[in-house]
Design a protein around this ligand. Structure first.
Ligand SMILES: [Zn+2]
Length: 201
């Protein structure tokens, strides 16, 4: 006799996420089961709202209303500089820790996994679209801000190889980071310094 079907499905969904085991999924559900009904209803509502969050048509960052995100529609941002990140969650981090006022470009993945995997296909599509934008919008600088893990480095190289023939400056945040570093876990001072002293890649 297993759990009720709803819980089996939820457990399966949670356990399909990277880094979460079946046991981890059960602990998560157990935690919320002990909360009162109102709190549980609240997460349900938030999950429902999550389905309403869309992607910016230009940079693929989160957008709650309209077609373009807060950065792409802001006239005070420097539209000639574009910062390429693997995850949309890196954007607020760069905003908080640095004085960068260009725009962003979200890959929504890294060069990892099987050929033909969904993630790989997305990154390839995003790379092609970035190439078009570089040419069409005459971008001046592409700042590659992927992680310093092996997949993050592979992604940085993958992007660079494809755009190195185009008339655009390609830079990478190097200073202060070591192999294996994940941007989100790095300290604010390192990120700030690395951004300010980014070098040609
Ligand atoms: Zn955008």
């Amino acid at each position: 006799m297993d759990l009720p079907q709803t819980l089996v499905e939820l457990r399966k969904l949670l356990a399909s996420m990277p880094g979460i085991s079946l046991r981890g999924a059960e602990r998560f559900l157990d935690f919320w089961w002990r909360e009162d009904l109102e709190s549980r209803k609240k997460i349900g509502l938030f999950w429902n709202d999550f389905t309403k969050v869309a992607r910016c048509e230009s940079c693929f960052y989160f957008v709650e209303r309209g077609r373009l995100c807060q950065f792409c529609q802001n006239e005070n941002r420097d539209k000639k500089k574009i910062c390429v990140v693997s995850s949309a969650f890196t954007v607020p981090l760069v905003e908080r820790q640095t004085s960068y006022r260009g725009i962003y470009y979200v890959l929504d993945g890294e060069i990892i996994g099987r050929d033909g995997s969904k993630q790989l296909l997305t990154v390839k599509k995003r790379r092609d679209y970035l190439k078009n934008r570089i040419i069409k919008e005459k971008l001046e600088e592409v700042i590659i801000a992927t992680d310093y893990t092996s997949s993050g480095e592979a992604t940085a190289l993958f992007i660079k190889e494809e755009i190195k023939e185009l008339p655009v400056k390609v830079t990478r945040l190097a200073r202060g980071f070591q192999s294996g570093d994940i941007l989100s876990y790095s300290d604010p001072v390192t990120i700030k310094k690395a951004f300010e002293s980014r070098s040609l890649y």
